[in-house]
Design a binder for this molecule. Sequence first.
Ligand code: NDP
Ligand code: A1CAB
Length: 268
Amino acid sequence: MTELSALNGRGLVLVGCGRMGSALLQGWLKQGLAASAVHVIDPNPRPELSALGISVNGALPADPAVLVIAVKPQMMADVLPRLAVGESTLVVSVAAGVTLAAYERAFPAAPIVRAMPNTPAAIGQGVSAIIGNAKAGAAELELAEALMSAVGRVVRLESEGQMDAVTALSGSGPAYVFHMIEAMAAAGEAEGLPPALALELARATVAGAGALAVHEDEDPARLREAVTSPGGTTAAGLKELMDPETGLPPLMRRTIAAAAERGRELGK
Ligand SMILES: NC(=O)C1=CN([C@@H]2O[C@H](COP(=O)(O)OP(=O)(O)OC[C@H]3O[C@@H](n4cnc5c(N)ncnc54)[C@H](OP(=O)(O)O)[C@@H]3O)[C@@H](O)[C@H]2O)C=CC1
Ligand SMILES: O=C(O)[C@@H]1CCC=N1
């Protein structure tokens, strides 16, 4: 695995240091990237960046090792024409929707990797999918993997065509889970629980179930069955939740289809 300290000589430029950019940056600094090697471009940078010794909105290195783009897709038309890198800089973008072809028009010589992380990256528990363009060889993909591994696990995609579905599933997915916590808590309240207790139980249940789901990669269907006593409470609840017409499967299908479609629109 590539060590991020290897970037300290030529440096890394981060364009957009909002929620995702700053989560990534924290991970990189923990993994040995020197603050003095980081150059952030952001219109409203957090004051602590300069205090850490990071260059903020200053002169950029002529030939950085990596250029990371973490601005909103809608900003891309403004941002890309202002940036220029050559063949020896790896471009990594985490933006939803925006295609490798769009980055290739801006950086025709560069190896380019699209990455799709998610917000658990902020605590090192994200999952990112990556896909590179034709100029991104094994070394560049390994470097992109090292960058995204700093904030969680990484999967490599077989084709860029999978990226909108990935974005809809794992990129947006934490929001669905947070909404499930909200919905479970509201339902607990409706059954008579005090709001704070309902929220505590919902949050702890999702956290515990999530931890169990990744523990030894257990099959979620088996985990579900282990909760479900024949003729018991879970079976009664799941009869509603798993209803093929009105339950979670068709709702999740529509949810992820809508998110993927939005990714395709953002890429146009
Ligand atoms: N949030 C998420 O869960 C995920 C987001 N992403 C992707 O990450 C990207 C960033 O999203 P997120 O971090 O949530 O958004 P944020 O709005 O939190 O971050 C974007 C940052 O870019 C800054 N910015 C705006 N214009 C420019 C510019 N011209 N040059 C440099 N920086 C600029 C913004 O500043 P200001 O706020 O002052 O405008 C902000 O700090 C998006 O493309 C999104 O698709 C990917 C996976 C998950
Ligand atoms: O909502 C969005 O567009 C971004 C991409 C995935 C998560 N957040």
